[in-house]
Design a protein around this ligand. Structure first.
Ligand SMILES: Cc1cc2nc3c(=O)[nH]c(=O)nc-3n(C[C@H](O)[C@H](O)[C@H](O)COP(=O)(O)OP(=O)(O)OC[C@H]3O[C@@H](n4cnc5c(N)ncnc54)[C@H](O)[C@@H]3O)c2cc1C
Length: 486
């Protein structure tokens, strides 16, 4: 029987991060994935020979990847090329107002001054300072550190209560934005950061306003050749350090002996190992792979899902990223998704021109344009009537054509509904970021990175601590390895 120190189930961001760190320690590692290649939700697809990304569109906090690569004997600069771009985002409002956002926050403030007003720029500057403060205080304890508990937070609060007040945990993101920002345009731009965590700004704690700083202040990067290059580079570096990879290999069960992990079962084959790092969604882990685990629960409320597509669009001079806000109050979108469990009646549409954002190469006269609308996660008890996604698609395409962002004959060449996302990633219910953070205790409710009642089992995924999004998933891989190292 094949035998390894550690089997990593899943070559998504958390699994690849763990594999890199473990292989660098000289451990024998096997990474297995049900899909045909690395990346997980950071996937790619192709049409007529042109590859495009089907998952993340922006990379933030690249220093986290750099730390992992440094431990593995290399660096981000040696493995991938980060792109800063200039005119990064364009926010388009229904009344024709356009707010550009640049890589450098000072350029963004200048653009806001010119397109909106001095007051709007001042409000944004003050808000970004506030958001940075939250990040500086919260990140060491709640993001980079081990999974917090109410007890550990209480102890920390006894020592650092002055600092901890700055993380603004008691009011909602929306309440904090309303209290600090007068411009409705800036308000909508800031509210949208709740979606980077798949949450509802009306109930997510204001602590999450730090996301505005992470993207607008700390830097929003493209990756030359496409986001999927990150996954490929992580796989390459881990393999260079001895990790083995097997694809099209769904793990059916985590095996145990004498009360601890002893291996994994793939089809008829059992593979022995001393430890397993599970990068699978936590619900799949605890419901299917290791149902005997009782100390860890699946997320109670999954984060939002998304309806996504790639359009073969006539090449035009468009910015890397555009967000087309709806005609009605943006908050209606959150009410549709979280209160009524339905796709947005008037969807906000995100558009990523992958040639501009990531230097991808399109067709002769056409470029791959990724589009996305937020959507509710799939119901726990089965799929929805798929007709609703057809309706959402036609609304999205009509809005993009009416606003001149797509030509009449630009066609969708790839699409993925929340149901398809759910089917590809078992246990996810199509959620993009794992668990929603729609209450003050969300940080304490995420699955920890080590499983108490099954020694040898570790968790590295967006549905565990510290949460979803590419950099945080990488940190979950690191936290799993640190837990293993004791
Ligand atoms: C459309 C979209 C847009 C996004 N945009 C951004 C963005 O711009 N920026 C950002 O930071 N994040 C973004 N995200 C979120 C980000 O992609 C995810 O948070 C992250 O990639 C998830 O990584 P993970 O470690 O949780 O692993 P996953 O990506 O969930 O991968 C888990 C892997 O485990 C495998 N697996 C599961 N069960 C088994 C099994 N039984 N046997 C074998 N293999 C198994 C799966 O096949 C999969 O490959 C986006 C995601 C999507 C889908």
């Amino acid at each position: 029987m094949a035998s390894y120190d550690v089997v990593v189930i899943g070559a998504g961001m958390g699994g690849l991060a763990a594999a890199n760190l473990l292989a660098a320690q000289g451990k024998s590692i096997l990474v297995v994935d049900a899909l045909p290649e690395a990346g997980g939700k950071m996937g790619r697809a192709q049409h007529e020979g042109v590859y495009f990304d089907t998952g993340p569109s922006v990379l933030t906090l690249p220093e986290i990847l750099d730390d992992i690569f440094k431990a593995a004997g290399t660096s981000v600069a040696d493995e991938i090329e980060l792109l800063k771009g200039d005119h990064v985002f364009e926010y388009l409002f229904a009344n024709g107002t356009t707010v550009p956002v640049h890589f450098d926050p000072n350029d963004t403030l200048q653009a806001v001054r010119e397109t909106l007003s001095e007051t709007a720029a001042e409000d944004l500057k003050r808000f970004l300072d506030y958001a940075k403060n939250i990040w500086d205080v919260a990140a060491p304890h709640f993001v980079y550190g081990p999974a917090p508990t109410i007890g550990s937070a209480f102890k920390l609060g006894m020592v650092k209560w002055r600092d901890l007040r700055k993380v603004d945990p008691m009011r909602s993101m929306k309440a904090a934005i309303d209290a600090q920002v007068k411009s409705n345009y800036i308000r909508d731009i800031l509210l949208r950061y709740a979606t980077y965590n798949g949450s509802d700004p009306r109930s997510a704690p204001a602590t999450l306003n730090c996301i505005a700083w992470v993207e607008m202040g700390a830097g929003c990067y493209g990756v030359n050749g496409g986001m999927h290059q990150v996954a490929q580079a992580m796989e390459r570096v881990a393999a260079r350090n001895g990790a083995e990879f097997r694809y099209d290999s769904p793990v059916a069960r985590i095996l145990t002996a004498n009360g601890r992990v002893s291996g994994v079962q793939i089809g008829d084959e059992a593979i022995a190992c001393d430890a397993v790092v599970s990068n699978a969604d936590v619900a799949h882990l605890v419901n299917d792979l290791a149902p005997q685990v009782s100390s860890v629960s699946a997320p109670k409320e999954p984060s939002m899902s998304g309806w996504t597509a790639v359009v073969k669009a006539k090449r035009t001079d468009r910015p890397a990223h555009q967000v087309l806000f709806p005609e009605h109050d943006y908050l209606n979108e959150f009410s549709d998704i979280f209160d009524h469990d339905r796709p947005p009646t008037s969807p906000t549409v995100y558009v990523c021109a992958q040639e501009k954002a990531h230097g991808r190469e399109g067709w002769d006269e056409h470029e791959p344009v990724f589009i996305m609308a937020n959507a509710p996660a799939e119901p726990a008890n089965g799929a929805r009537n798929a007709d609703i996604w057809g309706e959402l698609e036609s609304k999205v395409m009509t809005r993009l054509r009416e606003r001149g962002l797509l030509a009449a004959d630009d066609e969708i060449v790839w699409r993925r509904t929340p149901g398809k996302l759910a089917a590809t990633f078992p246990g996810s219910r199509g959620s993009i970021y794992g668990a929603a953070s729609n209450n003050q205790f969300a940080a304490f409710q995420r699955a920890p990175n080590a499983v108490k009642d099954l020694p040898g089992l570790y968790i590295a995924t967006g549905s565990a601590h510290p949460g979803g999004g590419v950099p945080l998933c990488m940190l979950s891989g690191r936290a799993a390895v640190e837990a293993m190292d004791g």
